[in-house]
Structures are given as structure tokens and as C-alpha cells.
Design a protein around this ligand. Structure first.
Ligand SMILES: [Zn+2]
Ligand SMILES: [Zn+2]
Length: 334
């Protein structure tokens, strides 16, 4: 631009000089004015040109700077996004592959489980024996793995039964059945055949010990006398037989009568009072003795005291004289 403008200016100057040489020196003043004007215009053009050039160069520099800045800013960002996209693609493909890889064994396991459940149902739930077997297995395994459960369950069931009124009735019935069984056993023990058997065994024993009938006859009164001296006859269970008991009682009564006659205090009033006292119940000392206790055959209680005694527990139902267990009672009337 500078060179062109200089060349143009030089050309113009040469043209002016040529014109000056041709025209002569007549118009020198006008020519100088024209030269000054031309210099001024060329200076102005140069200034404008340089200004335009500066503006263009600045704009170009600005654009290149902006482009460089954009590159420097957007390049890493784009690179990061590219990297991220690639990474996501890899991850998603890997996840898909892993899920496929994992799903196939899971599917196999599910199928196996389903077939096992079907088999289980076919075995255990279709017929009643399988169901019972399954329940048995469950109960046994529960009790094996948790032994305390059995006791808690038993306690719970017992508590539940205790709340039922029918359970109490059942308990009472069982208790009565037990009492009836005990009484039946006692009656069998005190029955005639049993007594005969015991009598026979005692006779055999006495015969083998004493060696004859005469010895037994001689020992029996001695036994009765010792019993009378003790004021109470306390036969054991094996001892009493029907004939022996009657004989002993008769001898005891005779001996008592003999003793009563022998005593100096034989006032009839006192005797009557003693007789009345002997008829009284040994517990309440008020009512008359009317109940015979079996198997000890003591006549010592009234009806009310017997009922009170029979309401006790079975191990407390003992004769007040000999402490033998009462298995049966008989009402007697004098
Ligand atoms: Zn009484
Ligand atoms: Zn008794």
C-alpha cells in the first residue's frame, strides 16, 4: 500500500514536472499551490490508509485471539466429554455382559428351585401320609433344635387345659376312678377267699413252728391276755381271720367283765357312765360310734367325723386308733 502510494505520488510529481517543463515557468505559482495540495491529499490518504490498516490488523488479531481462546477452552471440555461417553459406553456394555453372565446361572437356579418345589408338593401335599410325615419332620426338627420349646409348649397346653372346666371334671372323674380301683383292691384283699388263704398260710406256719395243734391252743389265750392288758387289740392285716377274731373278742369281753367285777369301785352309776363314754366317737367325744372301718374293723367314729375324714387326701385317711388306711366303711347300728 505504501509503495503503491509512493509510486503514484512519484508518477504524479513527474507528470507535474513534465507539464511544468512543457508549459514553462509562467504558471510557477499555480504549480506550487497544486503541489502543496497534492502533498496534503497524499498525506491525508496515507493517514487514512494507515488507520484502516491498523484497524484491520487489530480486528484480525482479536479474531485469532478469540479463536485460540475458544480452542484452548473448548478442547479439553470436548475431550473430557468424549472420554466420558467412551467410558459410559464401555461400562454399559460391561454391565450388560455381566448381567447376562449372571442371569443365566440365576435362571438355572430358579428353574431348579421350581422343579424341587414341584417335586416337594407332589410328594408331601398330595397324599395324607406325606402331609403327616411333613408335620412329623417339622415337629421333630423344632424339638431337636429347640428343646426348651417343648417345655414352654407343654406348660402352655397345661395352662390352657386348666382354664377349661371340662378338664377339671375329667380330673375329678379320673381321681374317682382311682379311688374306686383302690377300694376294689382293698375289698379283694379283705374278701373271704383272701382271708381263707391267709388263714391257711398262718395255720401252715404255726403248724410248722409249733409242731402241733395243742401248742397253738395253749398260745392263743396268752396272746389274748396280753392284748387285754394293753386295753387295745391291734391286729395286723394278715392276722385277723373270722373265727380267730370272734374267739379273741369273746375272751376279751369275758376278761373285761371279770376285771370289772374284781374292781372295788363297782358303782352301777359309774359303770353306766363308763359304758356311755365308751360308746362315744373318739374324735368329737360327742356322737355315738356308728361307723366300722375296714379293713382294720375298728368301731371308733361317728358318721360326721367319718365324712370329714373321708374328705381328706387318700394318704391321710387312716384309722385314728391303729393308723391303718381306711379302704371301706360300714354303718353299724347297735
Ligand atoms: Zn365324731
Ligand atoms: Zn383301726
Amino acid at each position: 500500500g505504501h509503495l503503491l502510494s509512493h509510486l503514484a505520488l512519484r508518477g504524479k510529481e513527474l507528470l507535474h514536472r513534465g507539464l511544468c517543463g512543457l508549459l514553462g515557468c509562467g504558471q510557477a505559482l499555480a504549480r506550487q499551490v497544486c503541489e502543496g495540495l497534492a502533498i496534503g491529499t497524499s498525506l491525508l490518504a496515507y493517514l487514512i490508509n494507515s488507520l484502516v490498516n491498523v484497524c484491520l490488523i487489530g480486528t484480525q488479531n482479536l479474531f485469532t485471539l478469540v479463536a485460540a481462546l475458544w480452542d484452548s477452552v473448548a478442547g479439553p471440555f470436548l475431550r473430557v466429554t468424549d472420554l466420558l461417553a467412551a467410558f459410559l459406553a464401555h461400562v454399559s456394555s460391561g454391565a450388560i455382559a455381566v448381567s447376562i453372565l449372571l442371569w443365566s446361572p440365576c435362571q438355572l437356579a430358579f428353574e431348579l428351585l421350581a422343579s424341587a418345589a414341584e417335586l416337594f408338593i407332589n410328594i408331601f401335599f398330595v397324599n395324607i401320609y406325606g402331609l403327616v410325615l411333613l408335620l412329623l419332620i417339622i415337629v421333630v426338627s423344632a424339638f431337636v433344635f429347640n428343646p426348651g420349646l417343648l417345655w414352654t409348649l407343654t406348660g402352655y397346653v397345661l395352662g390352657y387345659f386348666n382354664t377349661l372346666p371340662s378338664y377339671h371334671r375329667l380330673q375329678r372323674d379320673v381321681w374317682r376312678l382311682y379311688q374306686v380301683a383302690v377300694l376294689t383292691l382293698g375289698m379283694a384283699m379283705t374278701s373271704q377267699a383272701w382271708r381263707r388263704l391267709v388263714d391257711w398260710s398262718l395255720q401252715v406256719t404255726n403248724w410248722s413252728q409249733g409242731g402241733g395243734t395243742t401248742n397253738r391252743e395253749s398260745t392263743r389265750p396268752a396272746l389274748s391276755r396280753s392284748a387285754v392288758a394293753g386295753q387295745r387289740l391291734q391286729p395286723s392285716r394278715e392276722e385277723p381271720s373270722t373265727s380267730w377274731g370272734k374267739a379273741l373278742r369273746r375272751q376279751q369281753l369275758n376278761a373285761a367283765a371279770g376285771d370289772g367285777e374284781g374292781t372295788p369301785d363297782n358303782d352301777p352309776w359309774v359303770l353306766l357312765k363308763e359304758q356311755e363314754e365308751r360308746k362315744k366317737c373318739v374324735i368329737c367325744q360327742d356322737q355315738t360310734k356308728t361307723v366300722l372301718l375296714l379293713p382294720c374293723r375298728h368301731l371308733c367314729l361317728c358318721q360326721e367325723c367319718t365324712e370329714v375324714l373321708l374328705q381328706q387326701a387318700i394318704y391321710q385317711r387312716n384309722c385314728p386308733l391303729c393308723r391303718q388306711m381306711i379302704l371301706q366303711t360300714l354303718n353299724v347300728y347297735l
